[in-house]
Design a protein around this ligand. Structure first.
Ligand code: MF3
Ligand code: CO
Length: 255
Protein backbone atom coordinates (compact mmCIF):
# COMPACT_ATOMS: atom_id res chain seq x y z
CA UNK A 1 0.00 0.00 0.00
CA UNK A 2 1.18 3.50 -0.80
CA UNK A 3 0.68 5.90 2.07
CA UNK A 4 0.50 9.62 1.45
CA UNK A 5 1.92 11.82 4.20
CA UNK A 6 0.28 14.91 5.70
CA UNK A 7 2.17 18.23 5.68
CA UNK A 8 2.92 17.73 9.39
CA UNK A 9 4.32 14.26 8.71
CA UNK A 10 6.46 15.64 5.89
CA UNK A 11 7.86 18.22 8.33
CA UNK A 12 8.71 15.36 10.70
CA UNK A 13 10.57 13.52 7.90
CA UNK A 14 12.29 16.81 7.08
CA UNK A 15 13.57 17.00 10.66
CA UNK A 16 14.99 13.47 10.32
CA UNK A 17 16.42 14.43 6.93
CA UNK A 18 18.20 17.48 8.33
CA UNK A 19 19.92 15.24 10.85
CA UNK A 20 20.87 12.82 8.08
CA UNK A 21 22.37 15.64 6.03
CA UNK A 22 24.35 17.06 8.97
CA UNK A 23 25.77 13.66 9.88
CA UNK A 24 26.66 12.85 6.27
CA UNK A 25 28.45 16.21 6.03
CA UNK A 26 30.49 15.34 9.13
CA UNK A 27 31.35 11.93 7.67
CA UNK A 28 32.37 13.52 4.38
CA UNK A 29 34.59 16.00 6.23
CA UNK A 30 36.31 13.21 8.17
CA UNK A 31 36.90 10.97 5.11
CA UNK A 32 40.59 11.20 4.17
CA UNK A 33 43.53 8.96 3.32
CA UNK A 34 44.45 6.85 6.35
CA UNK A 35 40.97 6.93 7.90
CA UNK A 36 39.21 3.60 8.44
CA UNK A 37 35.57 3.18 7.32
CA UNK A 38 34.95 1.65 10.75
CA UNK A 39 35.98 5.02 12.22
CA UNK A 40 33.49 6.81 9.99
CA UNK A 41 30.82 4.38 11.20
CA UNK A 42 31.72 5.09 14.84
CA UNK A 43 31.56 8.85 14.19
CA UNK A 44 28.10 8.50 12.66
CA UNK A 45 26.93 6.29 15.54
CA UNK A 46 28.02 8.99 18.05
CA UNK A 47 26.24 11.71 16.10
CA UNK A 48 23.03 9.62 15.86
CA UNK A 49 23.01 9.30 19.63
CA UNK A 50 23.69 13.01 20.06
CA UNK A 51 20.73 13.78 17.79
CA UNK A 52 18.44 11.55 19.86
CA UNK A 53 17.88 9.41 16.78
CA UNK A 54 18.09 5.68 15.99
CA UNK A 55 20.01 3.96 13.19
CA UNK A 56 17.78 2.59 10.44
CA UNK A 57 20.56 0.28 9.21
CA UNK A 58 21.94 -1.48 12.28
CA UNK A 59 20.10 -4.74 12.75
CA UNK A 60 18.17 -4.34 9.48
CA UNK A 61 17.62 -7.83 8.10
CA UNK A 62 15.88 -8.11 4.72
CA UNK A 63 15.01 -11.58 3.45
CA UNK A 64 17.89 -11.69 0.98
CA UNK A 65 20.60 -10.88 3.51
CA UNK A 66 22.46 -13.63 5.38
CA UNK A 67 22.95 -11.56 8.55
CA UNK A 68 21.46 -8.46 10.18
CA UNK A 69 23.29 -5.36 8.95
CA UNK A 70 26.15 -4.61 11.37
CA UNK A 71 26.80 -0.88 10.81
CA UNK A 72 25.04 2.48 10.85
CA UNK A 73 26.60 3.48 7.49
CA UNK A 74 27.06 1.68 4.22
CA UNK A 75 30.59 2.48 3.02
CA UNK A 76 31.17 1.23 -0.52
CA UNK A 77 34.70 1.69 -1.90
CA UNK A 78 35.74 1.62 -5.59
CA UNK A 79 34.07 -1.36 -7.30
CA UNK A 80 31.57 -1.68 -4.44
CA UNK A 81 28.30 -0.14 -5.63
CA UNK A 82 26.18 -0.11 -2.48
CA UNK A 83 25.65 -1.93 0.85
CA UNK A 84 29.37 -2.05 1.69
CA UNK A 85 29.94 -3.01 5.33
CA UNK A 86 32.35 -0.49 6.93
CA UNK A 87 35.78 -2.16 6.81
CA UNK A 88 38.94 -1.65 8.88
CA UNK A 89 41.20 -1.21 5.83
CA UNK A 90 42.35 2.41 5.68
CA UNK A 91 41.08 4.64 2.88
CA UNK A 92 43.69 5.57 0.31
CA UNK A 93 44.19 8.64 -1.81
CA UNK A 94 42.10 8.23 -4.97
CA UNK A 95 39.56 5.78 -3.53
CA UNK A 96 36.01 6.36 -4.72
CA UNK A 97 33.94 6.37 -1.55
CA UNK A 98 30.14 6.02 -1.43
CA UNK A 99 28.39 6.56 1.89
CA UNK A 100 24.72 5.71 2.45
CA UNK A 101 22.97 6.61 5.69
CA UNK A 102 19.50 6.59 7.20
CA UNK A 103 18.12 7.24 10.66
CA UNK A 104 14.81 7.35 12.47
CA UNK A 105 13.93 10.47 14.46
CA UNK A 106 10.68 10.53 16.43
CA UNK A 107 9.56 7.46 14.48
CA UNK A 108 10.19 8.92 11.02
CA UNK A 109 12.93 7.84 8.63
CA UNK A 110 15.10 9.73 6.14
CA UNK A 111 17.69 8.21 3.80
CA UNK A 112 20.51 9.80 1.74
CA UNK A 113 23.86 9.01 0.14
CA UNK A 114 26.81 10.66 -1.56
CA UNK A 115 29.98 9.67 -3.39
CA UNK A 116 33.35 11.43 -3.22
CA UNK A 117 36.94 10.76 -4.17
CA UNK A 118 39.29 10.52 -1.18
CA UNK A 119 42.08 13.05 -1.57
CA UNK A 120 42.93 13.88 -5.13
CA UNK A 121 40.63 12.36 -7.72
CA UNK A 122 40.95 10.70 -11.08
CA UNK A 123 39.04 12.89 -13.59
CA UNK A 124 37.10 9.83 -14.75
CA UNK A 125 35.91 9.20 -11.19
CA UNK A 126 34.98 12.85 -10.73
CA UNK A 127 32.94 12.69 -13.93
CA UNK A 128 31.21 9.49 -12.79
CA UNK A 129 30.24 11.18 -9.51
CA UNK A 130 29.11 14.41 -11.18
CA UNK A 131 26.97 12.42 -13.61
CA UNK A 132 25.43 10.42 -10.76
CA UNK A 133 24.52 13.69 -9.01
CA UNK A 134 23.11 15.07 -12.27
CA UNK A 135 21.03 11.90 -12.70
CA UNK A 136 19.68 12.32 -9.17
CA UNK A 137 18.82 15.96 -9.86
CA UNK A 138 17.08 15.01 -13.11
CA UNK A 139 15.03 12.45 -11.21
CA UNK A 140 14.10 15.02 -8.57
CA UNK A 141 13.13 17.57 -11.24
CA UNK A 142 10.82 14.93 -12.79
CA UNK A 143 9.08 14.29 -9.45
CA UNK A 144 6.32 16.84 -10.07
CA UNK A 145 2.74 16.47 -8.89
CA UNK A 146 0.71 15.02 -11.76
CA UNK A 147 3.74 13.37 -13.37
CA UNK A 148 4.17 9.59 -13.25
CA UNK A 149 6.64 7.33 -11.49
CA UNK A 150 8.10 6.28 -14.85
CA UNK A 151 9.08 9.89 -15.55
CA UNK A 152 11.59 9.69 -12.71
CA UNK A 153 13.31 6.56 -14.04
CA UNK A 154 13.23 7.93 -17.58
CA UNK A 155 14.98 11.12 -16.42
CA UNK A 156 17.59 9.28 -14.34
CA UNK A 157 18.34 6.78 -17.12
CA UNK A 158 18.59 9.47 -19.80
CA UNK A 159 21.47 11.08 -17.91
CA UNK A 160 23.18 7.82 -16.94
CA UNK A 161 22.84 6.02 -20.26
CA UNK A 162 23.52 9.22 -22.17
CA UNK A 163 26.96 9.32 -20.54
CA UNK A 164 27.54 5.63 -21.31
CA UNK A 165 27.36 4.28 -17.76
CA UNK A 166 25.82 1.05 -16.51
CA UNK A 167 23.09 0.73 -13.88
CA UNK A 168 21.69 -2.01 -11.66
CA UNK A 169 18.59 -3.50 -13.22
CA UNK A 170 16.85 -4.49 -10.00
CA UNK A 171 17.90 -1.82 -7.52
CA UNK A 172 16.42 1.64 -7.18
CA UNK A 173 14.70 4.04 -4.85
CA UNK A 174 11.71 3.48 -2.61
CA UNK A 175 8.99 5.03 -0.54
CA UNK A 176 10.11 6.40 2.84
CA UNK A 177 8.08 7.03 5.98
CA UNK A 178 7.84 5.28 9.30
CA UNK A 179 9.81 2.52 7.56
CA UNK A 180 12.99 2.97 5.52
CA UNK A 181 11.67 0.90 2.66
CA UNK A 182 8.04 1.44 1.73
CA UNK A 183 6.11 1.19 -1.49
CA UNK A 184 6.48 2.22 -4.23
CA UNK A 185 9.71 0.87 -5.67
CA UNK A 186 11.26 3.75 -7.67
CA UNK A 187 13.14 2.30 -10.66
CA UNK A 188 16.20 4.12 -12.01
CA UNK A 189 15.21 3.12 -15.51
CA UNK A 190 11.63 3.29 -16.74
CA UNK A 191 9.33 4.49 -19.50
CA UNK A 192 8.14 8.08 -19.31
CA UNK A 193 4.42 8.63 -18.81
CA UNK A 194 3.91 5.18 -17.24
CA UNK A 195 3.16 3.98 -13.77
CA UNK A 196 1.88 5.52 -10.57
CA UNK A 197 0.57 9.10 -10.72
CA UNK A 198 2.71 11.27 -8.40
CA UNK A 199 0.55 13.00 -5.81
CA UNK A 200 1.29 15.56 -3.12
CA UNK A 201 2.14 13.68 0.07
CA UNK A 202 4.14 10.93 -1.61
CA UNK A 203 7.59 10.68 0.02
CA UNK A 204 10.28 8.75 -1.83
CA UNK A 205 14.02 8.24 -2.00
CA UNK A 206 15.61 8.51 -5.45
CA UNK A 207 19.02 6.83 -5.64
CA UNK A 208 20.89 6.38 -8.92
CA UNK A 209 23.84 3.97 -8.88
CA UNK A 210 26.11 4.39 -11.90
CA UNK A 211 28.71 1.85 -13.07
CA UNK A 212 31.75 3.25 -14.86
CA UNK A 213 32.28 0.18 -17.05
CA UNK A 214 29.05 0.80 -18.93
CA UNK A 215 27.70 -2.68 -18.25
CA UNK A 216 24.94 -3.56 -15.81
CA UNK A 217 26.44 -6.68 -14.26
CA UNK A 218 27.04 -6.95 -10.53
CA UNK A 219 27.72 -9.64 -7.96
CA UNK A 220 27.35 -10.10 -4.23
CA UNK A 221 30.49 -10.13 -2.17
CA UNK A 222 31.19 -13.11 0.10
CA UNK A 223 29.86 -11.06 3.02
CA UNK A 224 26.39 -11.39 1.43
CA UNK A 225 25.79 -7.63 1.58
CA UNK A 226 28.22 -5.72 -0.59
CA UNK A 227 27.24 -5.37 -4.27
CA UNK A 228 30.25 -5.08 -6.61
CA UNK A 229 30.47 -4.37 -10.31
CA UNK A 230 30.99 -7.58 -12.27
CA UNK A 231 33.71 -6.00 -14.40
CA UNK A 232 35.63 -4.47 -11.49
CA UNK A 233 34.93 -0.92 -12.67
CA UNK A 234 34.11 1.78 -10.17
CA UNK A 235 30.61 2.86 -9.17
CA UNK A 236 29.00 5.94 -7.63
CA UNK A 237 25.77 6.45 -5.68
CA UNK A 238 23.73 9.53 -4.75
CA UNK A 239 20.44 9.66 -2.88
CA UNK A 240 17.94 12.13 -1.46
CA UNK A 241 14.62 11.65 0.30
CA UNK A 242 12.01 14.05 -1.07
CA UNK A 243 8.31 14.83 -0.88
CA UNK A 244 6.01 15.54 -3.78
CA UNK A 245 4.19 18.76 -2.88
CA UNK A 246 1.72 21.01 -4.69
CA UNK A 247 4.64 23.34 -5.38
CA UNK A 248 6.91 20.58 -6.74
CA UNK A 249 9.52 18.28 -5.27
CA UNK A 250 10.81 19.21 -1.79
CA UNK A 251 14.15 17.66 -0.86
CA UNK A 252 14.02 16.57 2.79
CA UNK A 253 17.65 15.49 3.27
CA UNK A 254 19.26 18.93 3.22
CA UNK A 255 21.08 20.44 6.22
N1 MF3 B 1 19.78 3.08 2.24
C1 MF3 B 1 19.87 1.83 1.57
C2 MF3 B 1 18.90 1.78 0.46
O1 MF3 B 1 17.80 2.23 0.53
C3 MF3 B 1 19.61 0.67 2.47
C4 MF3 B 1 20.80 0.09 3.04
S1 MF3 B 1 20.50 -1.50 3.58
C5 MF3 B 1 21.17 -1.57 5.10
O2 MF3 B 1 19.24 1.28 -0.55
F1 MF3 B 1 21.07 -2.71 5.53
F2 MF3 B 1 22.36 -1.16 5.06
F3 MF3 B 1 20.50 -0.83 5.90
CO1 CO C 1 17.56 4.24 0.00
Amino acid sequence: MIELKTPGEIDAIDAAGSAVARILAAVRERAAPGVRPTELDALAADLIAEAGAVSSFRGYHPRWAPTPYPGVLCVSVNDAVVHGIPARAKLRRGDLLSVDFALHLDGWCADAAFSVVVGEGDPGDEKLIATTEAALQAGIDAAQPGARLGDIGAAVAAVARGAGYGMLADHGGHGVGRSMHEEPHVPNEAKANRGLRLEPGLVIAIEPMLLAGGRDGYRHDRDGWTLRTADGSRAAHAEHTLAITEGGPRILTLP
